[in-house]
Design a protein around this ligand. Sequence first.
Ligand SMILES: [Zn+2]
Length: 119
Amino acid sequence: MRVAECDICKHKFMTIESVRAHIKEKHPREAQMARINFVDINAIHTGLMKTDISAPSYYTSGSIETWDFIIDKHLDFLEGNIVKYVVRWKEKNGVEDLKKARVYLDKLIKEAEKVGDGS
Ligand SMILES: [Zn+2]
């Protein structure tokens, strides 16, 4: 999957329009010569990619970015979301994020039991 990246701060976006808007807003002085890169990533199924949200600090703290971890481990949508919410809960939405993680975990358990992967 191809995403657009701001050449100045390396934040990634789903659409080229989002990058243009971002550059205008965040780098007005460099806007004329700012370049837009295209990066191949394979993270769409993780649910981590959202327009205008690329790699906020709560996903990048530590030695590996959360989505890179999710890709590396070949986690699916449900697994990826559990990791996403658990990683960010203290810095973002608190217990609300833990409850969201639980929703995805419950769904994952249900799906696993359906196909007989559960014990
Ligand atoms: Zn930027």
